[in-house]
Write a protein that binds this ligand. Structure first.
Ligand code: ADP
Ligand code: ZN
Ligand code: ZN
Length: 831
């Protein structure tokens, strides 16, 4: 009798998976019988997608329902016995996708370190059925003969053999002639770090045996020396158990041991080589139980934060620059870790490479993981796995670390919560790490501490509305005083012709006396490069990027004109390309020129510069900071990079070269940004005993923002800014969704943007739809950009429904044949 199938054990298993591609749905695959009982939600599988793409996917659902519309393919491989993605993460991925209007695959793509995504690589093989050698050129013939001796070759290997960069044509021709076969091979990206070690075979572990061994080698002094060298590391006579761990091969080599004697002793069966998987992170001890001695004011703030957490999920900690927020964080982190929960500490990108991590390391040692974009893939995978397996209960990281596999968070700290770099701009998901952190915390019943000396208007608004707890700390640590801030009217100085290379006398005098007193100076200018543009004095030609509607920035050191939007570079010109005149001048001032000018004015001073151009190399930033810390450098010139969390002892003067660009920038957040930036930069002065001074050069000394800055009046600034925001219906009163419409054809882009704006106004009302307007930079990489802004009142609009509606209208637009080429990018909560 035939037994009926249908017993659930025997039913075919299907999985719905998240693929790392921008498609709006999960895909169903079939699981081969032998893997049925091993597939789990959160494990990675390898699947074929489309005709020839092989991708890593994550299992989101396991079930028994074949897809109704298509024949499910089999999964090719199951990569994990234990899931690497937690259910909480899958939930977060789909929340992010929904809120920020992108696809879950795009979130997965950002979240998973590349090392956890295997990719496929194309390879070629000799076609065993090939029998038309007469079709081949002699070059092809030689190559095929070589290929016959190999199993297979990657494209790179083909290139190396043929000494050609581009091998596509060669391969295409050979495929057309049916001489070779192209296939995809999976490439595992993560490689554990391996340490090669040498040890004695077990039979020699006894002291007797070792002595006999040494005697037996008396004919070869080299081999005898090798064993003695080994014993100097591993004293087998006293500690035979140490032999198991062995000695690093490199150590023996360093001591002069030759590879040939090593090999001989291995061949003789006396030594053996072992491979040990080790961590990529240095061991450092730390002192996790170190008692942080908080000042009275700090202790009070810390207690107050803990108290507020009793009733509030989120607490905003407004502590002025130098108040010692980091010490308070450390104190809180210790408390949460002691209770057995995980802690995530978010920092803006640039602050992470610096002092604050060193300070945390001193306390938490290697039990703390750092997650950073300058890390290699392999290192990121080790952090990911370390969080999964509990090695790391505490992670300090940049915005993407909110996607790590936490399952038991107790606290998330978002330091410098006002920083706009928490918002990812490109590519999707265009998420705001602070806001995602709050969602994540809600999901895991954790608390969130937002810290800043200059909170974002949004967060302070929430605190004032009593949605967040608010704790303020208004004194600096250790009697340090806030710096005295003065404005310098450069318009007046210009009229009186007292400026030297655009530096006021006052600022120059202060720098000069600082140099005499061996105190340090920071000069801030938010523009890198030498000069914003080159300008022909005869015909007024200005160096512009061919592909973007911006001027090219002149970089003197490299003698190049560089586009800061698309990266285009060209060499500088001595003569005007339009009229041939040699009277071409640089206009405006970047950090590179300031550094140059200061060299000229103060030839005896040691000057260093910190901006994107000087910090590209791996350790460049640390070196610049280290030199300044050690006092070797007198003046540090920098862009906004120097405003982020740096703590120096001997800076008594901060000069802001030109505040005007910042305060007049055409964006509703410009005032907030300018206030934050100038306050933060000023906050680098006078952090210890020596009182600090800040001098701000401006043409608008009466400006509202600057007045609040000089009085250190954050709350005053907030209140005045709030009135502006309310008047123009900007956040925090509304949510803003920015829609960018792009095309190489300007008219088409404009029409498409118009059509979309029209369609959206029908339901949202004209007053909620702004634009289309040309983007601030109206052309980037040859595409014209138009923007439409939706301003949605938080109290009136159903944001969910609006997003659905927007999605539908975008689909309507891009499925219109006329607008086929148009790209639409949605940025929810644009900053
Ligand atoms: P903030 O981040 O609020 O600007 P920091 O945390 O950098 O301030 O603190 C400023 C300086 O004061 C740092 O050098 C820090 O080490 C020191 N400091 C702050 N609080 C303490 C404390 N309780 N004990 C010892 N040093 C402290
Ligand atoms: Zn000219
Ligand atoms: Zn460009």
């Amino acid at each position: 009798m035939r037994q009926e199938l249908g017993d659930s054990m025997e039913q075919t298993v299907f999985v719905d998976v998240v693929l790392p591609v921008p498609i709006p749905q999960l895909f169903t695959y079939r699981v081969p019988r032998e893997l049925s009982e091993y597939v789990q939600v959160g494990s990675r599988v390898v699947v074929e997608f489309g005709k020839s793409r092989v991708l890593t996917a994550i299992i989101a659902v396991v079930h028994h329902n074949p897809p109704p519309k298509y024949q499910a393919k089999y999964i090719l491989e199951l990569l994990d016995q234990i899931p690497v993605v937690t259910p909480s993460q899958l939930w977060l991925f789909s929340w992010v996708a929904e809120y920020y209007m992108c696809h879950i695959g795009e979130v997965m793509n950002i979240a998973l370190p590349a090392g956890l995504k295997i990719s496929s690589q194309s390879k070629i093989q000799y076609n065993p059925d090939f029998n038309n050698p007469e079709l081949l050129s002699s070059e092809e013939n030689t190559f095929l003969e070589f290929l016959l001796t190999q199993d297979s070759l990657t494209y790179d290997e083909v290139g190396r053999y043929l000494e050609k960069k581009d091998v596509n044509k060669v391969i295409k021709d050979l495929v057309a002639k049916h001489a070779i076969i192209v296939f995809e091979e999976l490439k595992y990206k993560y490689k554990p770090k391996i340490l090669k070690k040498i040890r004695l075979k077990r039979v020699y572990e006894g002291s007797e045996e070792v002595l006999q061994l040494i005697d037996s080698l008396e004919k070869s002094t080299k081999q005898q020396e090798l064993i003695l060298e080994y014993l100097s590391h591993i004293p087998i006579q006293d500690l035979p158990e140490k032999n198991k761990a062995g000695v690093e091969k490199t150590k023996l080599r360093e001591a002069g041991v030759s590879d040939s004697s090593l090999k001989t002793l291995k061949d003789k069966g006396i030594l053996e080589e072992i491979e040990v998987v080790i961590s990529r992170f240095e061991e450092s001890a730390g002192n996790p139980n170190k008692v942080i001695e908080l000042s009275d004011a700090q202790r009070e703030a810390s207690n107050s934060i803990m108290e507020k957490f009793q009733e509030k999920q989120v607490v905003l900690f407004h502590g002025i620059t130098g108040s010692g927020k980091t010490e308070i964080y450390i104190d809180l982190i210790q408390q949460v870790l002691a209770s057995g929960s995980q802690v995530l500490f978010l920092l803006p990108e640039i602050a992470l490479t610096t002092q604050i991590v060193t300070r945390l390391k001193r306390v938490f040692g290697s039990s703390m993981a750092v997650y950073h974009s300058k890390f290699s893939d392999n290192e990121r995978v080790e952090v990911w796995r370390g969080v999964l397996d509990g090695t790391y209960q505490f992670v300090v990281g940049v915005r993407s670390s909110i996607f790590l596999p936490f399952d038991n968070l107790g606290l998330i700290i978002v330091d410098e919560e006002h920083e706009s770099s928490y918002k990812q701009f490109d590519p999707a998901p265009r998420y705001h790490a602070r806001d995602v952190a709050i969602m994540l915390a809600i999901k895991q019943h954790a608390k969130v501490l937002l810290g800043s000396a200059t909170p974002s208007i949004e967060s302070f608004f929430q605190a004032k509305a009593n949605k967040y707890g608010l704790v303020s700390l208004n004194v600096r640590f250790g009697n340090a005083q806030l710096p005295e801030i003065r404005l310098i009217d450069v318009k007046k100085d210009r009229k009186e012709k007292t400026l030297v290379k655009d530096f006021s006398q006052l600022l120059l005098n202060e720098i000069s006396s600082n140099l005499q007193n061996k105190e340090q100076t920071i000069i801030f200018q938010n523009r890198r490069g030498y000069a914003p543009y080159l300008n022909c004095q005869e015909c007024n030609w200005i160096g512009q990027c061919d592909q973007c509607a911006v001027t090219l920035t002149y970089h003197m050191q490299s003698q190049q004109l560089i586009c800061h939007y698309c990266g285009h570079r060209e060499s500088t010109r001595k003569t005007c390309p339009d009229c041939g005149s040699t009277n071409v001048k640089s206009v405006g001032v970047g950090t590179e020129k300031i550094e140059d000018d200061l060299h000229e004015i103060f030839p005896e001073a040691v000057i260093s510069r910190m901006d994107l151009d000087t910090t590209r190399a791996k350790n460049a930033l640390q070196n610049i900071i280290g030199d300044f810390e050690s006092g070797e450098v007198d003046i540090l010139v920098g862009t906004q990079m120097i405003s982020k969390g740096l703590d120096f002892d001997r800076v008594s003067l901060v000069g802001i070269y030109n505040a005007d660009k910042m305060i007049h920038f055409p964006d509703f957040r410009a005032a907030e940004r300018a206030f934050q930036l100038i306050t933060q930069v000023s906050g680098r002065a006078g952090r210890r005993e020596i009182p600090g001074k800040v001098l701000i050069q401006t043409g608008s000394p009466q400006n509202r923002i600057l007045q609040f800055v000089i009085n250190n009046d954050y709350v005053g600034f907030y209140e005045s800014e709030l009135i502006e925001r309310e008047g123009y219906s900007y956040p925090p009163f509304t949510r803003i969704i920015e829609i960018t419409v792009k095309d190489v054809d300007q008219t088409l882009a404009h029409q498409a943007a118009n059509k979309l704006a029209e369609a959206l106004s029908i339901r949202l009302g004209r007053e909620r739809v702004k634009g289309p307007e040309k983007a601030l930079v109206e052309r980037i990489r040859n595409k014209f950009l138009f923007e439409v802004w939706l301003k949605l009142e938080k109290d009136k609009m159903n944001i969910q429904a609006t997003k659905e509606y927007l999605k539908k209208e975008i689909v309507n637009l891009v499925t219109d044949k006329k607008f086929k080429s148009v790209q639409v990018i949605v940025n929810v909560d644009a900053v």
